[in-house]
Design a protein around this ligand. Structure first.
Ligand code: SAM
Length: 228
């Protein structure tokens, strides 16, 4: 398959923003502006989506959504609270609660979202969770409580900032004995750049899981780090 198909299959459309990354790298913008420019692309696309999955940045049907995301339950392996960092319209929150219940576990989902309109959308879709959905940039956020499981993606901060971001989430958001989960992200079978960035931050990867992707070069991957 041509490289363009591979890029599209990597589901990074929400931050398909090489010029923004480049402006930050050249020192023309600061990190706040990086987040603003990324959001200016993500927010209208998610808010105008016509399916629940589209409101979470996923272009597939319900079966593909489950295939791509349910692998997270390998990491979310016991009862507890689950914070979805970057919860968008809240679909992953409700999916994780439902899949955990099917597996015999009781998981209470919470969310934090950098886009205030998307956080509002999540609250209106999940009124029972409204007081557990916050609008904030997780890279700077000091939450009012801690969580058993905290999930995030590797692309929610500029390239090169992932290590510091994960250290902040471990310090501020994960409860003692809890788990920081990274994923799902799409990466080539033979690539390990995300895990290498985690290790470079001095963090020990406690576990990993992956699933096949419809693009033969890729896999859906998850890794996790356990808090002391
Ligand atoms: C691809 S969607 C993820 C939706 C869902 N959680 C999932 O995993 O399928 C990424 C979401 O993360 C949000 N986001 C990105 N950076 C963030 C940050 N630093 N803090 C909080 N939310 C962030 C984006 O606005 C977007 O709604």
């Amino acid at each position: 398959m041509p490289d363009d198909d591979l890029r599209a299959a990597k589901e990074r459309g929400w931050r398909e923003l090489a010029p923004v990354d480049e402006a930050l790298r050249r020192g023309e913008i600061d990190e706040d502006e990086w987040h603003r420019r990324v959001l200016a692309i993500v927010e209208p696309a998610y808010l105008s989506a016509t399916t629940p999955r589209g409101g979470s940045g996923h272009g597939g049907d319900a079966a593909r959504w489950e295939h791509a995301r349910r692998v997270l339950l390998v990491a979310v392996d016991r009862d507890g609270t689950f914070l979805d960092v970057g919860c968008a319209n809240g679909l992953l929150m409700e999916s994780v609660e439902a899949w955990a219940a099917e597996d015999g576990r009781r998981v209470t989902a919470c969310g934090v979202e950098i886009s205030a309109p998307l956080a509002d959308l999540a609250r209106s879709r999940l009124p029972g969770h409204a007081d557990r959905i916050w609008a904030a940039n997780a890279a700077l956020w000091e939450p009012p409580r801690r969580f058993t499981f905290v999930r995030t993606g590797p692309d929610y901060v500029p390239a090169g900032r992932l290590g510091g971001y994960l250290l902040h989430l471990l310090d501020a958001c994960v409860e003692p004995g809890g788990r920081l989960v990274l994923g799902t992200y799409n990466e080539e079978h033979d690539a390990d750049a995300v895990a290498e960035a985690v290790a470079a931050a001095g963090l020990r990867i406690a576990g990993r899981a992956s699933r096949e992707h419809r693009h033969p070069a890729l896999r859906y991957k998850v890794l996790w780090i356990d808090a002391d």
